[in-house]
Design a protein around this ligand. Sequence first.
Ligand SMILES: Cc1ncc(COP(=O)(O)O)c(C=O)c1O
Length: 413
Amino acid sequence: MFRDIESSNTLVVNEKSKYLESRGKVVYKFGFGESPFHTPSWVVDKLRLNANANSYSSVQGDISLRESVASFHKEFFGTDHHADDIIIGPGSKILMYNLLSVLKACDVLLPVPGWNSYARQANFLEHNVIQIKSSYEDRWRINFDNISLALTKKIHENTVMFLNFPGNPDGLNYSDEELISIAALARKSDITVVSDEIYGLLSFDKKYRTFYEFYPEKTITLTGLSKWCGSGGWRIGACFLPTNSRYKEQLKKNLLAIASQTYACASTPIQIASAEAYKCTARARTFIDKQTVILKEISNFCYTTLVEAGVKLHLPEGAFYLFPDFTNFTERFLKANIFTSTDLCVRILEETNVMLIPGIDFGLPGSYYAARLAYVDFKYEADNSSEFDMNLHAPKIIKGIKDLADWLTKLHG
Ligand SMILES: Cc1ncc(COP(=O)(O)O)c(C=O)c1O
């Protein structure tokens, strides 16, 4: 009677770590990727004042929120989207799902390693998933060569390609040259690009350029409040439509139709508070800057400690993820009966209480020794004036990473 739907492993891992904690274990929760920062107080205050806003909002999203989102993105990224070109929904994940569901069966090209929900959603909606396989040597980036190879496996007329930077699971960005080259190929091959920029504002160098800038006609941008505003549980996502006018109108009509038949609208009080988050750009900028400084400091510590222990890693450039490649340890792992990335994460959890997500969950072969590490096991109010001190505010990061490095060093002999 029921279809076989795989649940998100990252959520399952979070549940598992909660269970271990309930049994008295100190678990270093580097599995679930959620912002470690509190929602800023001025945004929370706005929500408090509007809890009684109990009417449905428009399906497309409250106009004042869409206007704030449009001018915010114009200021941060120089984009020219009008409020009419933006659709607000309860999180970018459901917007992504609805987007995939309004498309006729097509080829969906996905970066590997990449966030597991892309493949799960596309498979569920019976699209043809084609992996774009990258490697450690490629900095886990998609490029002209690996996209071209993926295109040889097409079976449908229409093609959608996902792009995600700073990336989950690797925390890496693309250079302008790389984006230009991807855009040229997308244009030549008439590909619709879904650019998942949910971590864009958490880019450490503040030079983030949205993919829309390079390929406005057929780039659908997904973003939202979850990661930059410490509010994943608030569920606010935004979809920016492309400029190709015929395509845009059809897409918008379909997205609004499916929204009206499913979630109806995002929560009204949350939309009012979110408009506040997007409104005062100076305050938002200070808040974002503080977060990126903290995340960069932590990522540097994790990077240095793990590289010293012999792990292959690229210096992260944004978000809150690292994607350690443990293939230098292959011989040792085989001797220790660790054959897959899942075996590896189970052993690491059992022997160090450090929770990671195995590389197989990001589309890599099970036998490839890699895992995602989300360095978010701390909570901090980034809108206060106190100085962030890793020892004081994020001691579990220091202990967990050192324990992981020690475990690897001992295993290395
Ligand atoms: C790459 C990526 N895209 C999208 C999302 C979904 O974000 P939202 O909270 O807007 O649904 C996540 C959340 O973990 C993510 O990692």
